[in-house]
Design a protein around this ligand. Structure first.
Ligand SMILES: Nc1ncnc2c1ncn2[C@@H]1O[C@H](COP(=O)(O)OP(=O)(O)OP(=O)(O)O)[C@@H](O)[C@H]1O
Length: 477
C-alpha cells in the first residue's frame, strides 16, 4: 500500500520540525516530520512515499547512526533536499554528486520552506477554501450509532489526511480541545486500516489512578493483588491485531509513561503478577487536549514517548472555527435523536442561526447535548433562551474556556451520555418549575408545595438540593 505525502522531514531539531509541519499544514499539505533517518526508513518501508524528503544533515551529524546513506539509498523518485549547517559545504558537495535537487542552509526561514512547498505537484491545485459553498461535505457512519461529518475546509482536509494515512501503520497523535471529535477521528483511522475487522478499544488515561490504569492496560494474573481472584487480560491484549486509543494521554503519570514506552518499543509487557511477557501487535493511537510541547518543557511528559506516539499529528479544529458545519450537525443529530426518542422535532432557522453565534466551548459534544436536550424538552423557546443567555454571558475572547478547566471538573460539568443528558434536563426542568411556583407564591413555601402537588418536606429538600434562594436568579431566561 503506497501513500504519498508532500514532505517527509528528518531532523532532530524540534523547531525545524515544527516550522516545516506548520508551513505545509497551513497550505493544506501533508507533512510527516521524524527525528531520525531510522524512523524515516521505517516509514518508507511501510509504503509512505514523499514528494520531497528533507534531510537535516546538520543536526544528524551529531547522531550519525544509522547512516543517512541508508536513507538516501531508499530514495527513488522523491526530490531530496538537504539542509546543511552555516559553514558546512560537504553536504552540498555530496548533494551535487547524487544529483540532489536542492540544498538549504541554516538558519532556515519560513520562505525557504514555502518555496519547497511550491515545488510539490499538488500545490498548484491547492485552493484555500473560504466557506462552506466551496467545500464539499462528507458524512460517514461509524459504529455505536456514531457518525463523522466534515463540511468545512479544515475538516475536509482532516478527512483527506485520515483517508490517505489511515492504511499506513504509523503512530498518530490526535490533538484538539475537549469534545472536538478526537475519538471519532481515531475510529475513522481504524476503519480505513487493514485492522478494521479487528477490535477498536479506547482507554481514558485520565480517568484512572496509576495502579488501576496499569491493570486496565496490561491485565493481571490471579493473586496479583488482594481481590484478584481470576486472571484478567488488559486492553493491550484485548486489542491484539486491532487498534487501541490512549485517550487523554497527556494526563498519564510518569510511572505509566515509562511502562508504556516499553510496550511501544517492542510490543511486549508483563501482566501484573506475571513471570512471563506477553507479545501483542496493536496499533496505538493517542489523543490529548493539552499542549504537549509545554508538558514536555515542564517535564510532565517524556519527550521520548512523545516522539514514539506522534510520527503523524492530526489536529481537530474547535467547532467555533467551523461554524458552517453547525446546521448540518444539528440536522444529523436531530434526525438520529428524533428516531431514537420517537419524537420528531424541527429546529427553526432562528434557533440554528443562534447556535451558529455561540462559541461552543465544549465543542461538538456540547452541541450534541444541546440538541438532545431540545429534542427531549420539545421546547424551542426555552432552547433559544438558553443559548441567548449563554451568548450574553460569553467572555469576549473566543478561545476555549474548556481547555483550562481541570479535567475532573470538566468531566463533571459536561454530560457525556444520554443518561446524563436526561438527568441534566430533569434537573433543569425541576429548577424551573420550583422557581416559577416559588415566585408565584411570593416565596410562601407551603403554598408553592400545594401548587406543585408535592409535600412541604419534599419542597424543602428540593430547594436545598438545588441551592435555591429567594434571590436566586433564574438560570433560564
Ligand atoms: N465530526 C463529527 N461528526 C459527528 N459527530 C461528531 C464529530 N465530532 C465529534 N462528534 C460527536 O461529538 C461527541 C464528542 O466527540 P469525541 O468523544 O470524539 O470528542 P473528543 O475530542 O475525543 O473528546 P474528549 O477530549 O473529551 O475525549 C461525540 O458524541 C461524537 O460522536
Amino acid at each position: 500500500m503506497h501513500q504519498t505525502i508532500h514532505i517527509l522531514a528528518v531532523s532532530d531539531n524540534v523547531d525545524i520540525r515544527n516550522l516545516i509541519q506548520s508551513t505545509f499544514e497551513a497550505r493544506g499539505q501533508l507533512a510527516i516530520c521524524v527525528p531520525s533517518s531510522q524512523e524515516a526508513i521505517h516509514l518508507l518501508n511501510r509504503g509512505i512515499q514523499a514528494e520531497i524528503i528533507l534531510f537535516d544533515a546538520n543536526a544528524n551529524k551529531l547522531a550519525p547512526a544509522p547512516s543517512p546513506l541508508g536513507l538516501f539509498e531508499k530514495i527513488t523518485d522523491e526530490k531530496l533536499c538537504v539542509l546543511s549547517g552555516p559553514s558546512d559545504t560537504s553536504w552540498e558537495h555530496y548533494a551535487a554528486k547524487c544529483g540532489i535537487a536542492t540544498t538549504l542552509t541554516l538558519p532556515l526561514r519560513r520562505q525557504d520552506i514555502e518555496n519547497l512547498s511550491e515545488k510539490t505537484k499538488e500545490y498548484a491545485s491547492f485552493q484555500p477554501s473560504t466557506g462552506a459553498s466551496q467545500t464539499s461535505c462528507h458524512l460517514e457512519e461509524l459504529d455505536n450509532n456514531r457518525f463523522f461529518l466534515a463540511a468545512s475546509s479544515p475538516m475536509m482536509k482532516l478527512y483527506r489526511d485520515v483517508r490517505a494515512l489511515a492504511p499506513v501503520d504509523i503512530p498518530v497523535l490526535i490533538l484538539g480541545e475537549s469534545g472536538v471529535g478526537k475519538e471519532v477521528v481515531a475510529m475513522l483511522l481504524h476503519k480505513y486500516h487493514a485492522r478494521a475487522e479487528k477490535t477498536f478499544l479506547n482507554v481514558n488515561c485520565a480517568a484512572l489512578p496509576t495502579e488501576l490504569l496499569e491493570s486496565e492496560l496490561f491485565g493481571y494474573e490471579a493473586g496479583a493483588f488482594t481481590g484478584a481472584t481470576k486472571a484478567k487480560p488488559g486492553k493491550f491484549e484485548l486489542a491484539n491485531k486491532g487498534t487501541l486509543l490512549l485517550d487523554e494521554i497527556g494526563e498519564m503519570s510518569s510511572q505509566m509513561q515509562a511502562k508504556l514506552l516499553h510496550v511501544l518499543q517492542d510490543g511486549s509487557f508483563c501482566r501484573l503478577g506475571a513471570r512471563t511477557t506477553t507479545q501483542v501487535d496493536v496499533r496505538t493511537l493517542a489523543a490529548t487536549n493539552i499542549n504537549m510541547e509545554e508538558a514536555i518543557a515542564q517535564k510532565r511528559f517524556r519527550e521520548d514517548l512523545y516522539y514514539r506516539l506522534n510520527t503523524l499529528t492530526l489536529t481537530v479544529p474547535p467547532l467555533r472555527e467551523r461554524r458552517e458545519e453547525i446546521p448540518l450537525l444539528i440536522e444529523q443529530m436531530t434526525r438520529r435523536g428524533s428516531a431514537e426518542l420517537g419524537q420528531p422535532f424541527a429546529f427553526s432557522r432562528r434557533l440554528i442561526e443562534t447556535a451558529q453565534d455561540y462559541h461552543w466551548p465544549g465543542n461538538v459534544r456540547e452541541l450534541r447535548n444541546f440538541v438532545t436536550r431540545t429534542l427531549i424538552l420539545q421546547d424551542e423557546r426555552s432552547a433559544y433562551n438558553d443559548l441567548h443567555a449563554k451568548i450574553r454571558t460569553e467572555a469576549p475572547c473566543t478561545t476555549a474556556v474548556a481547555v483550562e478547566v481541570p479535567i475532573q471538573e470538566k468531566k463533571a460539568a459536561i454530560p457525556v451520555g444520554m443518561k446524563d443528558v436526561i438527568s441534566d434536563v430533569k434537573n433543569q426542568a425541576e429548577i424551573r418549575m420550583l422557581q416559577d411556583a416559588l415566585l408565584a407564591s411570593g416565596w410562601n413555601r407551603r403554598r408553592a408545595a400545594i401548587n406543585l402537588n408535592i409535600s412541604y418536606r419534599s419542597l424543602l429538600y428540593k430547594i436545598q438540593r438545588h441551592g435555591l434562594t429567594a434571590h436566586h436568579e433564574s438560570s433560564v431566561a
